[in-house]
Unconditional design. Structure first.
Length: 444
């Protein structure tokens, strides 16, 4: 399925094209599997975990406790970024990606086997928390490697944003598959779904891991990394070096994600708790709506990546941040009508402003770091947002609603995230038309 590459990293044009295609497919399929696992946990958190693992709590308190366990996965993601970023810059993108896939996949499979509060008391929640942490470590190392595996096979700069957007495609694909799996089994009786039906999608994830592993074993290491290796220019301690040399780029990458990540988890995770608990709408309507939103993202993410190649990463990204900042008010206005068609529309449209950012985001962040430190720098910058944005977002949303009993308080939070992103992105360097295959000083 693969062949040995020359030590210099030089391939013929046709061989390079084949490897580029394989790298894009492997990265996209791999991130789809990773995000299926991650979103499956997210979806079930709002529907099941509060009832099964925190049954003695007030419904709102139980939801907060369930989302606190959910947030642990986000805290773990920068840890995974640091661990796998180091090895991605030391031993290569490919080997590291295989490790992240196995870690994430087995943790997800084991979630299906965790006994409930009725069986082992609080230990069920503790085991869930541990497995969620392991999931987060795997996802933390996955993103950087997948993006670099695709982007570093791209020659030239005229389509780098489009190529790098394909691993991002794994997010709507994973979101679609996770919600489809839950929807398929939520049609059974509520008692059966709560008892055992929710576990089946977690068990099925092991099949996807096997598929992803087979695909990733068939690709070569990127030419950029092989060139660094041949020239003996690999960093000894890439994580320590990137933290020392490029703290600005790391922090700006994290804050640039505020209006992309925090609203995303409100639109796709918190909406289940808000919709079923407060609005009293059916979980099937919410699941179908999120499925439809994911289908729209299949198109908007690569289109946004392509537009960033034409008009510049920062310009496209900031347009998406501005749209997201104001959409929160539209989102809750439509949800609160209680009209099924408008609820569907609110959720479907919610991911378009997100996708306008998410498409060019991979290239925007990865290009900010020189090749020998790129896996470490891009991974940590990207995953730090998990602590300040993605992880706290459902918790903040639940807390704001508990205090105000109004979805518009959450919309103001989304607006604040948008403002932070606009400021941070304006301070980043745009490398849209620059050569990023050689060593360079980011920000210079």
């Amino acid at each position: 399925m693969s062949y040995a590459a020359p030590a210099t990293g030089e391939l013929s044009e046709s061989e390079h094209r084949v490897q580029l295609q394989r790298a894009v497919v492997a990265s996209t399929v791999g991130t789809t599997i990773e995000w299926y696992d991650f979103f499956l946990y997210s979806t079930v958190t709002g529907l099941v975990f509060a009832k099964l693992y925190f049954p003695n709590s007030d419904p709102l308190v139980g939801t907060l406790q369930a989302f606190l366990v959910y947030a642990v996965g986000f805290v773990a993601r920068p840890i995974g970024a640091a661990i796998f970023g180091h090895y991605g810059d030391r031993i290569g993108r490919k080997s590291t990606l295989i490790a992240t896939l196995l870690l994430m996949g087995f943790a997800t499979f084991l979630v299906a086997l965790v006994p409930t509060y009725a069986s082992i008391g609080i230990w069920g929640a503790i085991l869930l928390t541990l497995l969620r942490f392991i999931q987060g470590v795997g996802v933390g190392g996955e993103w950087g490697g997948s993006v670099l595996m695709s982007m570093e096979w791209a020659r030239g700069s005229h389509h780098r944003g489009f190529i790098a957007s394909w691993p991002q495609f794994g997010v709507p694909s994973g979101l679609f598959l996770a919600n489809l799996a839950v929807l398929a089994f939520s049609g059974m009786s509520p008692d059966a779904f709560l008892s055992w039906g929710w576990r089946i999608p977690f068990l099925l994830s092991i099949i996807l891991v096997g598929v992803g592993l087979w695909i990733r074993l068939g690709i070569l290491e990127t030419p950029v990394f092989r060139k660094l290796e041949a020239q003996e220019r690999l960093a000894r301690a890439p994580m320590a070096e990137v933290l020392r040399v490029h703290p600005k780029e790391i922090l700006l990458s994290a804050f640039a994600r505020m209006s992309e990540q925090a609203p995303f988890y409100i639109f796709t995770a918190f909406v289940f708790a808000y919709g079923t608990g407060t609005l009293k709408v059916s979980q099937q309507l919410l699941l179908i709506s999120v499925l439809a939103a994911a289908v729209v993202s299949f198109f908007t993410i690569p289109i946004a990546g392509h537009l960033s190649d034409r008009f510049g990463r920062k310009r496209v990204y900031m347009a998406g941040a501005l749209l997201t900042a104001v959409y929160g008010f539209v989102f809750f206005a439509l949800l609160n009508t209680l009209v099924p068609g408008l609820i569907f529309l609110a959720i479907v449209l919610s991911l378009i402003p997100h996708d306008i950012q998410y498409g060019p985001q991979a290239a925007l962040i990865a290009e900010s770091f020189t090749p020998r430190l790129r896996y470490s720098g891009a991974s940590v910058g990207y995953q730090l947002a998990s602590i300040i944005a993605g992880g706290p977002a459902p918790l903040i949303a639940a807390w704001l609603f508990a205090r105000t009993h109004s979805g518009y308080s959450i919309a103001w939070f989304i607006l604040a995230c948008g403002v932070i992103t606009l400021i941070a992105t304006s301070m980043m360097t745009d490398y849209t038309n620059k050569d990023i295959s050689e060593e360079y000083d980011p920000g210079a």
